[in-house]
Write a protein that binds this ligand. Structure first.
Ligand code: FE
Ligand code: FE
Ligand code: ZN
Length: 279
């Protein structure tokens, strides 16, 4: 069965996000692990957590995904920036694990001039102080578009990060279709080859989540701008080949397209209809 959802707001709380997920016809969701710009987070009450768990169980949600703030930079050489990122990821691994959320995705970081190698060393140290090896949650490194000094636009960088940590068994990958395409992996024209390369470099068993986005920017542009489903450079048919690829049939998909809940509901409806029309 297709597991698909969208990025949901937690402004109204966890229960509301889960109920909205049901409302848009989804069976999973992505939420921010805390305020994505600042550093604040709300302590969830036990009652809210219980109600949230009940909604997810009653509606048979698949694996849930939390997204770490995109303002934190685990690659940074600046002590203040780095310490902040370390604290955020350490707290959020524990907090999201306690909620029973299966995966926590983060952007690896920007090296901002110190070079990818040095940046990767910082990321590894940052992950090691956050992951105890005792948790159930898997920390996912996101495939990035490679804008500026962004680390993680090559599969090899993600592999080096994972292999460098003390608990690689707790680390997986989140593939973002928009980012892959703009990074220069041609998922539109050569999906099988890209997946073969993924399997060779990282291993397909590490793939735990797919961010399902179209790209406003052309192939290999190294620019990160999401387009609505089927309304960008990748296009509907190529994105549907990703959704329907046999090697990806057990992976949950999360829309991060520039849409509100109603727009996401319509995208999910179109995706399900497309699948039905080919069955
Ligand atoms: Fe992301
Ligand atoms: Fe993404
Ligand atoms: Zn993006």
């Amino acid at each position: 069965m297709l597991t698909i959802g969208a990025h949901m707001s937690i402004a109204g709380g966890l229960v509301k996000a889960a109920e909205d997920t049901v409302r848009i016809g989804a069976n999973t969701m992505q939420i921010f692990s805390r305020n994505p710009r600042g550093s604040s987070f709300k302590q969830y009450t036990e009652e809210e957590i219980e109600r949230f768990l009940k909604v997810r169980e009653e509606h048979c949600f698949g694996s849930l995904l939390a997204h770490a703030p995109y303002t934190m930079n685990l690659a940074s050489a600046r002590p203040q920036v780095y310490e902040f990122a370390c604290t955020v990821i350490r707290e959020d691994v524990a907090r999201m694990d306690a909620l029973g959320i299966e995966n926590l995705v983060l952007h690896p970081g920007n090296h901002t001039g110190i070079g990818a190698e040095e940046g990767i060393r910082n990321i590894i140290k940052g992950l090691d102080q956050a992951i105890t090896g005792e948790e159930k949650i898997t920390v996912l490194l996101e495939t990035m578009s490679g804008k500026g000094t962004e680390i993680g636009s090559r599969m090899e960088e993600l592999r080096d990060i994972r292999n460098g940590t003390q608990h690689p068994e707790r680390i997986g990958i989140c593939l973002d279709t928009c980012h892959m395409y703009s990074a220069g992996y041609d998922i539109a024209e050569n999906l099988d080859e890209v997946l073969e390369e993924f399997d060779r470099v990282l291993g397909l068993k590490l793939l735990r989540a797919i961010h399902l986005n179209d790209s406003m920017m052309p192939y290999a542009s190294k620019k990160d701008r999401h387009a609505v489903f089927g309304g960008g450079e990748i296009g509907m048919d190529a994105l549907m080949r990703v959704v329907m690829h046999p090697a990806l049939k057990d992976i949950p998909f999360y829309l991060e397209t520039p849409q509100d809940d109603l727009g996401h509901a319509e995208e999910i409806r179109v995706i399900r209809q497309y699948i039905e029309s080919r069955e």
